[in-house]
Design a protein around this ligand. Structure first.
Ligand code: GLY
Ligand code: MN
Ligand code: MN
Length: 451
């Protein structure tokens, strides 16, 4: 049985006790209307799910760290009439047993239960501004407690940001999470490979998007983790392109940034490959630079390295490549160090080299260490970058994007390349979850070889 979420509740309650106790309140996401009476596909809130594993809408979890600890779920009641139309709902009784709560009530009873739960709780663990309806319910409950102050009860006298606490927990993945993320990445790798095999000049970008989705769903992933980017030719230089409606031409490079969500965990993989199955000389030259920069960054995906070390290593390789190929003119930008220092490389590499990944594709967690002093032991305005630890998961995704410009050799115009993998930090070095996705020029050309 999957029990990670029970352990997380226990860990959070222990932390709350160490802060003098209190009450934590989190809601899941709201259903959103798409148009008329149609909804967007419902996706539970990641923080809520992390502590509950409960995926129905209209639910709230309350954790009480008091004289005794108590975990309470508020969820939709069973409703056989609605279940005929919309499907199964647990209802409080079954949810309490299935998900290991001490108590469960219908969502409607939150307003009546909250004042009692908040009475004499010293700290409210809540994240204001995330769910305005829940915020109002809590404020009403606090007012009700205040009305009873003459009888001696008091509302919480301080608030701690529950998301900030959970961000720290979510940053380090447990074995169950890593196993789920591995399954997500395997499915996405298969989708990328399938799409490479199916690609022919003359197809439309959306046909490739359909191949990705086909493989995601065929293998049991519930959804794409984010809108798939299928960008041929010049579109690859638009970083968040996802209209995916252009014709794919012979000679184009195609950048695909796509990953599925499997059992609530994201994958996020980018590959760039030639529409006709063979890299041209200029495409090959830039591809090898991006690949080498990713390898350089990967060497820093180890315990103890600073979060930004990988980015800095990638920038160094990319910038050297830009100088070697003439993308950057040495006479104008000077030496490698000058071009890095001045930020000249940003003409072709304007984003960071990755992000945390987990329940959210851009996952929770600070990138800087809020508690640390600077390496020198002195306190500076700038907090140092966080050091990587076993169980952290991040993407490594360097790229080069060349927009047409008079100061750039024309052979490179409209080439956009990104290579992105999903990495877990382990005691034995980086674990590449997306390792099955063809990546070297030889691997890609072998997969795309036409009979
Ligand atoms: N696919 C979103 C990203 O790469 O960050
Ligand atoms: Mn990414
Ligand atoms: Mn991506």
């Amino acid at each position: 049985m999957m029990t990670s979420y029970l352990n997380r509740r226990t860990a959070l309650l222990a932390h709350m006790q160490s802060q003098g106790g209190g009450v934590a309140i989190l809601s899941t996401s709201s259903e959103m209307t798409r148009n008329s009476d149609c909804h967007f596909p419902f996706r539970h809130d990641s923080y809520f799910y992390y502590l509950t594993n409960f995926t129905e809408p209209e639910a709230v979890v309350v954790l009480v760290a008091g004289k005794t600890n108590q975990t309470i779920l508020f969820c939709r009641e069973k409703n056989l009439e609605r279940e005929i139309w919309d499907g199964y709902r647990f209802g409080p009784d079954a949810a309490k047993n299935q998900f290991g709560f001490d108590a469960a009530y219908p969502t409607e009873s939150l307003d009546t239960e909250l004042p009692g739960l908040l009475s004499d709780a010293s700290t409210l663990f809540h994240s204001w501004g995330h769910d305005t309806r829940l915020d109002a319910q809590i404020q009403n409950a606090v007012s009700k407690v205040k009305e009873k102050s003459r009888s001696g009860v008091l509302p919480p006298h301080k608030t701690q940001d529950i998301h900030a606490l959970l961000n720290e927990m979510r940053l380090v993945k447990d074995d169950t999470e890593i196993a789920t993320m591995q399954r997500a990445a395997i499915i996405s790798a298969a989708a990328h490979e399938r799409t490479m095999r199916m690609t022919r000049p003359g197809m439309m970008e959306y046909e490739l998007e359909a191949e990705l989705l086909h493989e995601f769903r065929r293998r049991g992933a519930q959804a794409p983790a984010y809108n798939s980017i299928v960008a041929a030719g010049a579109n690859a230089c638009v970083l968040h392109y996802n209209t995916n409606n252009s014709l794919i031409r012979d000679g184009d490079l195609i950048l695909i940034d796509a990953g599925c969500e499997f059992d609530s965990y994201a994958s996020d993989i980018t590959r760039t490959f030639p529409a006709n199955g063979r890299f041209s000389g200029p495409q090959q030259a830039l591809y090898e630079i991006v690949l080498a920069s990713q390898t350089a960054a990967l060497a820093h995906a180890v315990t103890g390295a600073r979060y930004m070390d990988g980015h800095n290593a990638a920038v160094r390789v990319l910038t050297q490549g830009m100088l070697d190929t003439g993308l950057l003119d040495k006479n104008k930008v000077g030496s490698l160090d000058d071009a890095i220092q001045s930020g000249a490389f940003r003409q072709f590499y304007m984003h960071g080299t990755g992000h945390w990944i987990g329940l959210d594709v851009h996952d929770a967690g600070n990138y800087r260490d809020n508690n640390a002093t600077a390496d020198t032991g002195t306190i500076t305005d700038e907090k140092p970058w966080r050091r990587l630890q076993e169980g952290m998961a991040l993407t490594i995704e360097p790229g080069i994007y060349v927009r047409p410009s008079g100061d750039v050799p024309e052979q490179f115009w409209n080439i956009g390349i990104r290579i992105e993998d999903d990495i877990v930090i382990t005691a034995n070095g980086p674990l590449n979850l997306s390792r099955d996705t063809p990546k070297t020029i030889a691997e890609i050309e072998a997969v795309m070889k036409r009979p």
